[in-house]
Structures are given as C-alpha cells and as structure tokens.
Design a protein. Structure first.
Ligand SMILES: [Zn+2]
Length: 173
C-alpha cells in the first residue's frame, strides 16, 4: 500500500465506482457464482454493468468484465469503448484483458490481485506484451481488501457447505 509505482492517480471517484462493482459482485454471490463485479464508466456515467455468471449462464466467457463491456457496447451502439474506464473487483484473466484491448477501453481499475490467473501483474503481464496495439492504463489495488474479502468469504462458505453435506451423508449430523 502507498507504493507510488503501483497506485498512480487513484481518485475518490475510483473508490466510488469500485463500491458499485462490489455491489455487482454481491449479486454474483447471491446466485452461487464466484463474486466478481464490473462496471464501465464514460464521462462520469455508468454505461455498462456485469457480474460473473458463467455457471448459471452456461457461458464460459460470462466473466464480469465481458458482460459489463457487452452491456456498455450495446447501450452506446459501438463496439469500441475508447475513453471509458472499466472497474472490476478482481485482476482480469487473459481472456478479459484481450477483450479490454479489443474494446479499446482506455483505463482499467481493479481491486484485488488474482495470484493464479491474473493477467496484469500476477500470472503474467499481458498489457506489456509488444504485439498489443492499444495502450490501456492499468491501476490495481483499489479497495483491494474489500474486493478480496468477498471472494474469500464466498469460498469459506462454500467449503463449510460441502463439509456439512459430507457429514450429513455419512450420518454425522
Ligand atoms: Zn476474465
């Protein structure tokens, strides 16, 4: 925290939109999906929103970022979202970083890092790969603690549910 190289230009506005993304993450948790939420903002207005829903949607691409960008592109009637900022509670995966570049999103703000699959700074640094033809300004660590907490709580609850079911099945309860 506080490392100027890691957190350039984080504003109160960024925290406000990250809270909105956290609300969307809670919607994912409510239907049993890993809680990740995303919102697309252009000129201070929300133009797209989405939460993670691959299982319920039978859609492997239904990550929060993809759904938020689809929503935004449909609403503005343009597949390019240049000038927009994408807020997401978790560091994006390779697929989502690819889509962010295709959409020409100008700025990416994320919350918690994703050590296993994060494609900005964790598993790989996709935005630094020379073949990409679009520069995205990426800022991580915004409300990182809250964003990470909703995910660890979700998996904690799920582990407890599985234990309870196992115990029931073996007649311990
Ligand atoms: Zn993704």
């Amino acid at each position: 925290m506080g490392d100027p190289d890691r957190m350039p230009e984080v504003t109160a506005e960024d925290e406000r939109w990250m809270k909105r993304a956290l609300q969307l993450a809670a919607e994912a948790a409510a239907i049993g999906e890993v809680p990740v939420g995303a919102v697309v903002v252009l000129d201070g207005k929300e133009i797209g929103a989405g939460f993670n829903a691959p299982i319920s949607g039978c859609d492997p691409t239904a990550h929060a970022e993809i759904r938020a960008m689809r929503d935004a592109a449909a609403r503005v009637g343009n597949y390019r979202l240049s000038g927009a900022t994408l807020y997401v509670t978790l560091e994006p995966c390779t697929m989502c970083v690819g889509a962010i570049v295709h959409a020409r999103v100008s700025r990416l703000v994320y919350g918690a890092t994703e050590p296993k699959a994060g494609a900005i700074e964790s598993a790989r640094r996709t935005l630094e790969e020379p073949h990409l033809n679009w520069d995205v300004v990426a800022v991580g660590g915004v409300l990182a603690r809250q964003c990470g907490q909703v995910i660890s709580e979700f998996f904690g609850r799920r582990r407890a549910d599985i234990r309870r079911l196992r115990n029931q099945a073996s007649g311990k309860e």
